[in-house]
Design a protein around this ligand. Structure first.
Ligand code: ZN
Length: 310
């Protein structure tokens, strides 16, 4: 039987993958269209992207199901295809590894709205949507489920509970932080800092604490977040920062940190004790290939983590 993800990462750090959204756009997805539906309509294109990540050296692939909850899919008229789209997402990621062993992480992104009393969605609606998606991912054989790009503890909690409810083999909670205006620290849009997020994840029963995406969260900020997580919990930590700062060019948001720039942050992050390292918006298979090289180099030299005993 395959070693559980949360156990495997305690023995050696694993490489995650890079962006899916920006890669889907490059493959022809138009802004505002449903990228998750491509699991059914253009599975070959999704597979090609994930294959490039696997070939670049990813040990873990996130399924193309970020917006695969009923609430998100309903905006594109695909609410009747939740199970199909999520099952296909797991199958495609698995196929991308080919004969190589690898971990397929079922991806659940934000439901994309606000809950009562601030918004229109009831807690029950969100809980049901997460549970339905988590069940499809787990039933299809995902090795883990990540609740990602989260900004509120309430939604994070519902996601983790849903993953537990369906018996997910490994549960990852992943927050999106923004650097504050004065640049002194970072917290989520809803005001949550890393310590409180980690505490919440531990209490709800997550197996891995994580961060991804965000604004201004480069490799160095991700390293700081990893250290702050590790002061609160001994759980493994995953980090998938963006390829630099978002810039608005010709009415398009772009991320332009090159693999050469970003890879400088790999060894410091590994030294800080990160257990799974990948990247988010704007990153490409080239970034992940560079990460692979730096990670292998780091493992060859056998440097110990700082704060090893934390
Ligand atoms: Zn992102």
């Amino acid at each position: 039987m395959k070693e559980r993800l949360q156990d495997a990462v305690r023995r050696r750090p694993l490489l995650g993958d890079g962006a899916m959204g920006t890669q889907l756009m490059l493959a022809g997805l138009e802004q505002g269209n449903c990228g998750e539906a491509w699991n059914l309509t253009n599975p070959d294109r999704v597979l090609a992207i994930q294959r490039r990540y696997a070939e670049a050296g990813s040990d873990c692939l996130l399924t193309n199901t970020f917006g695969g909850s009923r609430i998100m899919l309903n905006r594109h008229g695909h609410a009747d295809k939740v199970a199909e789209i999520n099952r296909a997402g797991v199958a495609i990621a698995r196929e991308a590894f080919g004969s190589r062993p690898g971990y397929v992480i079922g991806d659940i992104g934000p439901f994309g709205g606000l809950m009562e009393p601030y918004g229109d969605f009831t807690e029950a609606q969100v809980r049901d949507a997460f549970e339905e998606q988590a069940r499809a991912l787990a039933d299809a054989g995902a090795d883990a489920i990540v609740i990602e790009t989260q900004t509120s503890l309430e939604e994070l909690t519902l996601g983790i509970q849903a993953a537990r409810q369906v018996g997910a083999a490994c549960i990852i909670g992943s927050m999106a932080y923004d650097v504050t205006l004065d640049g002194s620290t970072f917290r989520t849009m809803m005001g949550v800092d890393p310590e409180h997020a980690a505490q919440c994840m531990v209490e709800r029963g997550a197996d891995i604490v994580a961060l991804n995406c965000g604004t201004g969260m480069d490799m160095e900020r991700a390293r700081q977040a990893v250290l702050r997580y590790r002061r609160v919990t001994g759980l493994p930590v995953m980090a998938q920062p963006n390829a630099g700062q978002p810039k608005l060019v010709a009415m398009k948001v772009i991320y332009d940190e090159t693999p050469q720039e970003m890879v400088r942050g790999v060894a410091p992050l590994l030294l800080a004790g990160v257990n799974i390292l990948g990247a988010c918006c704007g990153s490409s298979p080239d970034h992940i290939r560079a990460f692979r090289g730096a990670m292998d180099e780091f493992l060859r030299t056998g440097v110990q983590h700082e704060n090893q005993t934390v």
